[in-house]
Write a protein that binds this ligand. Structure first.
Ligand code: NAD
Ligand code: ZN
Ligand code: ZN
Length: 349
């Protein structure tokens, strides 16, 4: 095996990622080395690359890619060698495993995590031929799944699932849910909401995204929030739940304004929007808003199980690793339907 590998590296804040040779990582004691079989490209990667110094707690340089499927090829000391050869996906938010949040299975809200979040977010990620994972605790077996389908489950589907989960029990056949943005995350959310009894309305300015949402179970699609607002004729037409996968001020405020009394907005998107919170803003009484982050390992297992059962579909466009920067440019231009997934292919000898 060569000592170096091709990887997509963010060298400094506010710069474009670059493709270059880096050393092949070694598995740490207690960790594993994966050969990456597929890595999804998240819109967050663009927010991360664009961030000014100090906005995020971790520091470049690091290899991007936080949606990773791979095969275990080496294990560190004290790791069961039975892992070798197993296809897995990576739960990418690497908590301490011991604090009270981690003990509750909420590692995505670890209290002791430190500045680096996980693979591709401070630690080296999966837009490369190989990736080290510090513990098999972060792996979920993915036997029987196409890696291209499996990779986007680790963030796009997991985050959508975690965002919806607290609200699922409140939804019945009279409930109305609005999904704002049917891209990488949103196209999974549409399917998860469509699996409930609720009516699913989707808004996305891109015709291809609306078309995809309609095929995945959206009852109604609109190009803009204004169109949604114009379609509401009675109080009962308003929304019990909005999942905002954009997170710009106009989508966040626009979503709150479309709520039914007692409704809730989940802000998932990280476009930098801000809201003013107060009691006398003229918003529908009982409004609430939350901003969940990624998701716990149990929820990743749940979305892997749904995909295996054929109940969750990943719409993907694949790219070879040398074409990863083209894929980022396409993502930035809004020219990807579903998720862009990089397939590194067989490593060089
Ligand atoms: P994406 O680019 O794949 O999809 C975004 C979609 O939103 C596109 O279809 C786009 O056409 C649509 N859109 C853009 N402006 C819109 C508007 N004004 N109204 C309605 N739709 C609009 O992005 P993605 O990878 O799905 O990520 C979505 C957001 O979620 C990003 O901001 C990303 O950083 C964030 N994110 C958050 C978490 C979290 O844990 N909270 C995790 C992953 C991603
Ligand atoms: Zn992401
Ligand atoms: Zn912890």
């Amino acid at each position: 095996m060569s000592d170096t590998m091709l990887a997509v590296v963010l060298d400094a804040w506010g710069t474009s990622p670059v493709l270059r040779e880096v050393p092949v990582p070694q598995p740490a004691a207690g960790g594993v080395l994966l050969r990456v079989t597929a890595a999804g490209m998240c819109h967050s990667d663009l927010h991360v690359a664009d961030a000014p110094p100090g906005r995020l707690p971790f520091e470049p340089p690091f290899v991007l890619g936080h949606e990773v499927a791979g095969t275990v090829v080496e294990v560190g000391v004290e790791v069961d060698p039975a892992w070798i050869g197993r296809p897995v996906v990576v739960h990418g938010v690497w908590g301490c495993g011991e604090c009270r949040r981690c003990r509750q299975g909420r590692e995505n809200y670890c209290l002791e995590r430190g500045p680096r979040i996980g693979n591709g977010l401070g630690h080296d990620g999966g837009l490369a031929e190989f990736m080290a994972v510090p513990s098999p605790r972060h792996l979920v077996p993915a036997d029987g799944l196409d890696p291209v389908v499996a990779a986007p489950l680790t963030d796009a589907a997991l985050t959508a699932f975690h965002a919806l989960k607290p609200h699922v029990e409140t939804l019945d056949d009279a409930s109305r849910v609005l999904v704002v943005g049917a891209g990488g995350l949103g196209h999974f959310a549409v399917q998860l909401v469509a699996a409930t009894a609720a009516t699913v309305v989707v808004v996305d300015p891109k015709p291809e995204a609306r078309e995809l949402a309609a095929t995945l179970g959206a009852d109604v699609v609109h190009p803009g929030l204004d169109d949604v607002a114009r379609s509401l004729h009675r109080a009962a037409d308003r929304f019990d739940l909005v999942l905002d996968f954009v997170g710009a001020t106009p989508t966040m405020l626009g979503s709150l304004e479309l709520l039914a009394l007692g409704g809730h907005v989940v802000v998932v998107g990280g476009a930098g929007g801000e809201l003013t919170v107060g009691k006398n803003l003229g918003l529908p009484q009982g409004w609430s808003v939350s901003a969940p982050f990624w998701g716990p390992r149990d929820d990743l297992q749940a979305v892997v199980d749904l995909a295996r059962a054929g109940s969750l579909h990943a719409h993907t466009e694949t790219f070879a690793l040398p074409d990863a920067l083209t894929a980022y440019a396409r993502l930035r231009a809004g020219d990807i339907r579903g998720r862009a997934v990089v397939v590194p292919g067989d490593p060089r000898d």
